[in-house]
Design a protein around this ligand. Structure first.
Ligand code: COA
Length: 193
């Protein structure tokens, strides 16, 4: 088994990271069409670096492989950073590395599963993210998950001499409806029977 169903949705599930996927991640993280949307398009990733990175990501606890249920193939990665369990806040990041799966709702489904985990298992209250203003697909995906724009950092990202704004968005636990509470309800009902 390469992957394990930690949080399960309709078409995908979130699994612990498999460090044997380092080669796939290295391919994706050197693909400018993907990384132009992320914070590190200038970085070059070697297979060895990626093996190390995946090892530490897999041990940090809040990072997941996004896996297609139909064939158990890796689609991408998502996770929570800067988690503060006192103030109950965190930041999310996501990428679908398999570009054939862009624009088909997989990103939205994965982000909703990650928010379900964040709000209903980690008990976070506020989750934030940032996206570059040109990344309309990501912004639309985040809006569909309940994120609202909370501010703009102007001209914070420069590519090829052009300056782009960073859009900050957040969502509250009270604004998100996940599936995990239903699981608990079902258990309560079963114990009543
Ligand atoms: C961002 C990402 C996670 C979104 O996942 P996805 O599965 O492609 O997105 P979804 O299909 O769930 O939603 C995208 C929405 O944006 C819309 N969209 C796509 N291009 C658009 C554009 N140029 N302008 C406006 N809306 C656009 C789609 O139509 C879709 O909306 P709809 O379902 O109402 O039709 C994925 O595309 C990705 O990983 N991209 C590369 C890395 C990246 O950008 N990561 C995020 C960094 S902040």
């Amino acid at each position: 088994m390469r992957y394990f169903k930690k949080i399960e949705g309709k078409r995908i599930y979130l699994s612990p990271i498999n460090i044997e996927d380092a080669e796939k991640y290295t391919e994706w993280l050197n693909d400018l069409e993907i990384t132009i949307n992320l914070s590190m398009p200038h970085n070059t990733y070697t297979l060895d670096q990626e093996k190390e990175a995946l090892k530490s990501l897999s041990q940090e606890g809040y990072n997941f492989a996004i896996v297609n249920k139909e064939d158990n193939k890796l689609l991408g990665n998502c996770g929570l950073m800067n988690v503060d369990l006192i103030n109950r806040i965190g930041e999310v990041g996501i990428f679908i590395g398999n570009k054939e799966f862009w624009n088909k709702g997989y990103g939205t489904e994965a982000m909703k599963l990650l928010l379900d985990y964040a709000f209903n298992l980690l008990n976070l209250n506020n989750v934030e993210l940032k996206a570059y203003a040109f990344n309309k697909r990501a912004i639309k995906c985040y809006q569909k998950c309940g994120f609202k724009e909370i501010g703009i950092r102007r001209q914070a990202h420069i590519i090829a001499g052009k300056k782009y704004d960073e859009i900050y968005m957040d969502v509250l636990a009270s604004e998100f409806e996940g599936k995990i509470p239903n699981l608990v309800e079902q258990k309560v009902d079963q114990t009543r029977e």
